[in-house]
Write a protein that binds this ligand. Structure first.
Ligand code: PGA
Length: 252
C-alpha cells in the first residue's frame, strides 16, 4: 500500500434520500473491517438536505462529510431567505466543501462568486475542494493550461489558509461521459498545477486530485499519476459496492 494520503470524495450531486445512508454505512463498515490501517477519511458529499441526518447517523471515524456548495453570502446567519452560509453547512456536520464545480459554474458561479465562496469557506475553517477544469473545445484549442491558470489566479485568494485547499482537476469533458484523459495528459496538467501553486501561492506540497468518470476499472490506471492525491467521484460513488471496488482496486 502506498504511504501517500489518498482522499476519496463521493460527490452525490442531486441524488439520494435518507434511506441511502445504508450506502455510507456499508463503506464505513468496509473501511473499519478491511482497511484497518487506512487512517484517512473518505468524504461523502450528499445533497445538503441529507447532510445533517447522515452526519448524525454516522459512527465511523473514517468517514467525513462535505457540502457541495454554499451561497456567496457575506454573513453567517441572517435575513437571507434560501441562502446557505459556510457556518450553516458546518453546523450540519460538513468538514469539507466543494467550491467551483463546473455544474455550478454553468449556473452563474463566475470568478468573483467563487472567490467569495472560498473566502467564507476558509473563514469557517472548512476544508475546501476547489474544482477547476477545461471544456472539450478549450482542450482542442490547446488552451487547457491557460484556462486552469485563469481559474486559479482569478478566484483563489492568497490570504486564506491554502493548506486547507485541495485542488480537484475535473476536465468538463470527462464528467459523466465515461471519457478519461490519458495518463500522459494528466501528468502534464498535474505538473503544471504543482509548479503554479508552488511558485505563485507558495504552497509547499499542493494537494491535487482528479475527477471525471472515475470507476473501478480505470482507477488501476489513474493510480499511477504520481502527483495525484485522490479522486472526486460522482456516479460511481452512489452505490457502496462500486465505491468500495474503486478503493479496493486502488490499493490492490
Ligand atoms: P462523475 O462526476 O464521476 O460522475 O464523472 C464527477 C464530478 O462531477 O465530480
Amino acid at each position: 500500500m502506498s504511504s501517500k494520503t489518498i482522499l476519496f470524495i463521493a460527490n452525490w450531486k442531486m441524488n439520494g434520500s435518507p434511506s441511502n445512508f445504508v450506502e455510507v454505512a456499508k463503506v464505513a463498515d468496509f473501511l473499519d473491517k478491511k482497511l484497518k490501517e487506512y487512517k484517512k477519511y473518505i468524504v461523502f458529499c450528499p445533497p445538503i438536505s441529507l447532510l445533517g441526518y447522515f452526519s448524525k447517523k454516522n459512527r465511523s471515524k473514517k468517514v467525513a462529510f462535505g457540502a457541495q456548495d454554499i451561497s456567496n453570502t457575506k454573513i453567517d446567519f441572517g435575513a437571507e431567505t434560501g441562502s446557505l452560509s459556510a457556518s450553516l453547512v458546518k453546523l450540519s456536520g460538513a468538514q469539507y466543501l466543494i467550491v467551483g464545480h463546473s455544474e455550478r459554474r454553468v449556473t452563474g458561479d463566475n470568478f468573483l462568486v467563487i472567490k467569495e465562496k472560498l473566502l467564507s469557506a476558509s473563514k469557517s475553517k472548512l476544508k475546501i475542494i476547489f474544482c477547476i477544469g477545461e471544456t472539450l473545445e478549450e482542450k482542442k484549442k490547446n488552451k487547457s493550461l491557460t484556462i486552469l491558470k485563469k481559474q486559479i489566479l482569478n478566484s483563489l485568494p492568497k490570504k486564506i489558509n491554502l493548506n486547507n485547499v485541495t485542488f480537484a482537476y475535473e476536465p468538463i469533458w470527462s464528467i459523466g461521459t465515461g471519457l478519461v484523459p490519458t495518463n500522459q495528459y494528466l501528468e502534464k496538467i498535474f505538473s503544471f498545477l504543482e509548479t503554479l501553486l508552488k511558485s505563485q501561492f507558495k504552497i509547499k506540497s499542493p494537494k491535487i486530485i482528479y475527477g471525471g468518470s472515475v470507476n473501478s476499472a480505470n482507477i488501476k490506471n489513474l493510480r499511477n499519476i504520481g502527483a495525484c492525491s485522490g479522486y472526486l467521484i460522482g456516479g460511481a460513488s452512489l452505490k457502496a459496492k462500486n465505491f468500495i471496488e474503486i478503493i479496493k482496486n486502488y490499493y490492490n
